[in-house]
Design a binder for this molecule. Structure first.
Ligand SMILES: CC(C)(COP(=O)(O)OP(=O)(O)OC[C@H]1O[C@@H](n2cnc3c(N)ncnc32)[C@H](O)[C@@H]1OP(=O)(O)O)[C@@H](O)C(=O)NCCC(=O)NCCS
Length: 172
């Protein structure tokens, strides 16, 4: 456990509901079905992370290893309790994500981010800087791909390549 009492671990099915709740409360993240979060925890828990403080979930990362791209670790959603943002928890979650057993050996971090999500863009650029890795931004999903009105574009961030050992050397 760190000095501030925050712990990081891979989630189990028991954590799926708490992750769903953080997403719901974020007001920013796409809220998927609770079933989806349970399934992720069940089958992709070794590439997801939950952060806890005094027994309460205060942050999470979901992601997976894309079949056919073993060099990549794809981060799907990251969320930090609104009261705890801006104190480095997002970076610590990304570090724990990259070091998770399911992401071992990955040399590129991938995610998609909407153009107006300044906090998320800053988080991934900060981690890229600390990994000493380049950031390439490419179009991915455009608003037209989404069947519902009002969904923003999602740009693909490709962070890498980095040495597979570099995540172990991050200061967080
Ligand atoms: C994105 C999010 C996870 C960041 O978590 P966080 O704990 O606040 O991030 P950190 O404190 O670790 O900050 C990481 C870096 O981003 C910067 N940053 C964080 N929030 C920022 C903001 N609102 N504007 C500009 N920069 C910001 C920090 O200064 C830091 O950079 P540094 O290392 O150069 O100092 C958090 O804002 C969140 O949960 N947002 C809602 C959900 C969301 O948008 N998720 C991303 C889409 S999947």
């Amino acid at each position: 456990m760190s000095d501030d009492g925050i712990t990081f671990r891979n989630p189990t099915v028991e954590d799926g509901g708490a992750i769903w709740r953080i997403v719901k409360e974020s007001g920013v993240l796409d809220l998927n079905s609770s079933y989806m979060y349970l399934l992720l925890c069940k089958d992709f828990g070794d590439s997801c992370v939950i952060a806890e403080h005094e027994g309460r979930a205060v942050g999470f990362v979901t992601g997976y290893r894309p079949p056919g791209r073993p060099e990549a670790a794809f981060l799907w959603q990251v969320g930090v309790d609104s009261a705890m943002r801006g104190h480095g928890l997002g970076k610590r979650l990304l570090g724990a994500f990259l070091r998770s057993p399911g992401n071992r050996g990955a040399t590129r971090l991938e995610t998609t981010i909407s153009p107006d999500n300044d906090a998320s863009r800053a988080l991934f650029r900060a981690v890229a800087r600390d990994l000493g890795a380049e950031v390439k931004v490419e179009p991915c999903f455009t608003a037209a791909h989404f069947p519902e009105a009002g969904h923003e574009d999602e740009e693909l961030f490709l962070i890498g390549p980095f040495d597979a050992e570099t995540p172990n050397k991050l200061p967080y």
